[in-house]
Design a protein around this ligand. Structure first.
Ligand SMILES: [Zn+2]
Length: 110
């Protein structure tokens, strides 16, 4: 999903953040954990940045239940593609969505 919320805009400095969501317990950081910087509450919602280059590696969201991986951080092109725009209700007024993906005012109902 492409997230247009103010947190994602601030964290990335962009109009929106393309993210791939995975249940937190299914996500595993295989290398470099000792170099990560945590911004936020380590037990709940937080962003994890690389301590060497500052890149946003992933975010833990929704009371710790999910990890959101910014697709722009991935080295290899992911096999999945964004399928929706979320939090369009807080989208940057200077950015216009020009594709036909579904738009949700907040997070879509499951
Ligand atoms: Zn967001």
């Amino acid at each position: 999903m492409n997230c247009h919320c103010s947190n994602c805009r601030r964290t990335t400095g962009s109009a929106f953040k393309p993210i791939a969501g995975i249940r937190h317990e299914q996500f595993r950081l295989v290398k470099g954990a000792e170099a990560m910087l945590i911004y936020g509450n380590p037990d709940e919602t937080h962003d994890v940045h690389c301590g060497t280059c500052g890149s946003l590696v992933y975010s833990v969201v929704r009371e710790g239940a999910y990890a959101h991986v910014p697709m722009g951080t991935l080295v290899d092109a992911p096999t999945i593609r964004p399928t929706a725009h979320i939090f369009v209700g807080s989208k940057a007024p200077w950015y216009e969505i020009t594709d036909d993906l579904p738009q949700y005012r907040e997070f879509p109902e499951e």
